[in-house]
Design a protein around this ligand. Sequence first.
Ligand code: COA
Length: 144
Amino acid sequence: MIRFIPVEDTLAIRNAVLREGKLTLDQCRWPGDEKEQSFHLGYFENDKLICIATFHPQSYKDFPGAGYQLRGMATIDGCRGKGIGNKLLNFAIVYLRGQKANYIWCNARKNALKFYISIGFEVISDEFEVPNIGLHRVLYLKIQ
Ligand SMILES: CC(C)(COP(=O)(O)OP(=O)(O)OC[C@H]1O[C@@H](n2cnc3c(N)ncnc32)[C@H](O)[C@@H]1OP(=O)(O)O)[C@@H](O)C(=O)NCCC(=O)NCCS
């Protein structure tokens, strides 16, 4: 089951999956999390939160239309590769289309590129290094 969740509920999974559990929960908050149109989604299995994603209203460079940046996409260890991330992201795409958003973009880790491309995202940047995290590329998905 997919639900809108408060940012607080994302912090432990952000830390465990995306920051190797090295940060405090407060350090896992990001600028933009509290913007009025930002939202956070959670996928629950038997009431346990197992996959999260955050969307901030944020355009990419001078791309036209209303853009949202996808951040903090993560499925907990042991639950990956079962189509859960795919379901969560497709829920967000349908929701954002209804909100009249035009595109989603993200800084994607190299190891997650195939996941995003299989959903329809296109690579729109060269590879770049995010300090302490690794190689990334910018991905873009037009949603209307
Ligand atoms: C990237 C990540 C969020 C994907 O979440 P997930 O729940 O594993 O995603 P899915 O199961 O939908 O897709 C993952 C793979 O499983 C495959 N898969 C298996 N069963 C599937 C099913 N029933 N339906 C759809 N896809 C399925 C998909 O094809 C996909 O393969 P691909 O990556 O080669 O395209 C997850 O792997 C993760 O948290 N990774 C570590 C953190 C990370 O890198 N986050 C991204 C930061 S940019």
